[in-house]
Design a protein around this ligand. Sequence first.
Ligand SMILES: [Cu+2]
Length: 191
Amino acid sequence: MCRGFLVPDSGDGSPVNPDSMSSAWRFLVIRSGLPHVRFHDLRHMTPATWVAMRIVVIKVHHLTGHYPPDVFAAVLVASFVVLVSAPSAQASPVKVKIVNFPFKPADVSISKGTNVVWKNGTSATTHSVTAYKGPWSKDTTVFAGSTTSFTFISMGTFKYFCRFHAHITPSGRCVANTGISTRMCGTVVAH
Ligand SMILES: [Cu+2]
């Protein structure tokens, strides 16, 4: 309940449907490669941040609508317990190198939640890490010497290619682009 707060409208004066906010949020989180976090979790993160900034609890519970203060304090303590007991360190990042043309290794097998980092180790060739349809979305140009990364939060097989040098046919076959002798495709299997 947000008494006295403004509600975003959907363009015609009616309030935005909360479900459309949630699905837009889910899409943004997946597209950015961030770990899974619900839109609602931001509401809990906000008072925790305020408390960390030493804004007094009595004010925070009024602003968030968590009432009464002792209930709010209990919720806050429970949130911290969940945070502290959550598995801490994620698996360390898995690295894929681009030295000349192929991705090395082209196929990697990871646990879900792992961050994969692609490094373009060439001195002058631009490549890309481009998702081949399926359950993920990525199309990043990787200039010589730079990197890009993606955290695979769900299980699955994620195919990708370098759009400058290869493409994947509708049947899933990796084919080098015209004039290129080396195919540039890779697969990440997250389990
Ligand atoms: Cu390339």
